[in-house]
Write a protein of this length. Structure first.
Length: 437
């Protein structure tokens, strides 16, 4: 078996190789979304600027954030502000025929009033074709929470129209790297799902890899090389408190939380080849699940916690296998193509997202677990580390834009995509948080 396959098969080693080649010189700031492909089936929606009843302007344009959220979901196509036929602030001011003429299917209006040092936000959602009000709510927000309030509004609108819970109020974690050689620096960042409010939670002279959120969205497990060898840590994303779980000789990699948060699956080579283990976090007891001469890595859990999926080359090339979370016989689940790795399940367990390889490179793909049909979702050439939004509608992943490592996202149907490059750095290893409440 070649050393090249060993690097590719172990996701953390692949990321490490990419990071060590960096020549950027600054830490990551907020990520800025760039739309790369819009869906031809996106629903037209008009989001009118919210009327402001105070002096001066607002620190955040709430309506614009809502519009951007809905557009980035791939499900909606917001009208440009220059296309708005009027500027109503409540449903009482809406003339539905006017909005039908510009093909708006839905309409969002609102107003914001200062109130005792905070802001009172009223918003409404209208069904233009049905000529009726669908949703309305009043909430209070501080100045610093206006963006969070906008994401909340986006969540409510998204769910009211699609029937699917919105994920705009979730977060992402990712790794940023800068410098090269002895000047290399690595950092772990947590940001809003749209890349804003990026906060550094860890900084190191050594690589940081494979971050994974706990099911409650409070902790992050990751791999760090700060002690000279790979080790798995768990850190509270808010307080910074952390513990080291493993630091065995060889590989300590690819941590993955069980859905109940009580266990952590991982890949360890302490007994020879990399194998899949599960740690009981209360007792720190390790259970070895695989025992094979092949490389076994990148575990993930089915949503019900009963099954693990992992990458193995036991068939001669990287493919995805599943087995009971209690151990036992492994069953191969991918057969299309010669390379499939880094499997991640949709929240309902019906779809398996992964990295697949063809003649044009490495892409994010999905496999229907009932029919085994595989659909390639991306057309970039070097995709890795896919992570699924908690509502299953988007997948975030690491990719390349020129010589720079950036984050990409694609809708689960492949119709819409965008990228989140850092303006001053290289970013890799994304993970999407669960719902936070």
């Amino acid at each position: 078996m070649s050393q090249g396959w060993k690097t590719l098969a172990s996701g953390w080693l692949l990321a490490l190789t990419a990071m060590l080649c960096l020549t950027t010189t600054a830490q990551a700031q907020n990520l800025t979304i760039e739309i790369t492909r819009g869906s031809d089936q996106a629903t037209p929606i008009a989001v009118v600027p919210f009327e402001f009843g105070g002096q001066g302007g607002l620190p955040q344009d709430v309506a614009q954030i809502v519009s951007d959220d809905l557009e980035h979901s791939g499900q909606f196509s917001p009208l440009s502000r220059s296309s708005l036929v009027s500027l109503p602030s409540s449903s009482e001011d809406v003339f539905y025929d006017d909005w039908k003429r510009v093909d708006a299917r839905y309409l969002v209006v609102g107003k914001i009033e200062p109130q005792g040092g905070q802001y009172r936000i009223q918003y409404e959602l209208m069904d233009v074709l049905g000529g009726k009000r669908m949703l309305g709510e009043t909430l209070t927000s501080s100045s610093g929470d206006l963006r969070a309030s906008a994401h909340y509004i986006s969540d409510q609108i998204f769910e009211a129209i699609t029937g699917i819970r919105g994920a705009f109020s979730t977060r992402i974690v990712y790794v940023s790297a800068s410098g090269a050689g002895e000047n290399a620096r690595y950092a772990l960042y947590v940001a809003d799902a749209d890349g804003y409010n990026a906060q550094q939670v860890l900084s190191s002279d050594d690589p940081i890899l494979s971050p994974a959120w706990s099911p409650d969205g409070q902790k992050v497990a990751y791999v760090s090389f700060e002690s000279g060898n790979s080790a798995i840590y768990v850190q509270n994303a808010s307080t910074g408190e952390r513990v080291r779980l493993t630091s065995f000789p060889g590989i300590n990699g690819a941590p993955a939380w069980s859905p109940d948060g009580r266990k952590l699956a991982m890949s360890l080579s302490k007994d020879g080849q990399p194998e899949i283990y599960v740690m009981n976090l209360a007792t720190r007891q390790l259970t070895r699940l695989t025992n094979n001469s092949a490389i076994e890595t990148e575990p993930d859990w089915t949503p019900d916690g009963r099954t693990l999926i992992f990458t193995s080359d036991r068939s001669g090339a990287p493919q995805l296998y599943r087995m009971s979370a209690n151990g036992g016989q492994a069953e191969r689940v991918t057969f299309t193509g010669s390379y499939n790795s880094d499997g991640r399940f949709s929240p309902d367990g019906k779809t398996l997202f992964m990295v697949t390889r063809d003649d044009s490179g490495y892409h994010v793909a999905k496999q229907d677990m009932d029919t085994n049909r595989v659909t390639v979702l991306t057309d970039s050439q070097w995709d890795e580390s896919p992570s699924v939004a908690p509502n299953g509608t988007m997948i975030i992943f690491a990719t390349q834009q020129g010589a720079q490592g950036v984050l990409g996202a694609v809708s689960s149907d492949g119709r819409a995509s965008f990228r989140l490059p850092s303006t001053q750095g290289d970013v890799r290893e994304p993970a999407w948080s669960p719902f936070l409440n």
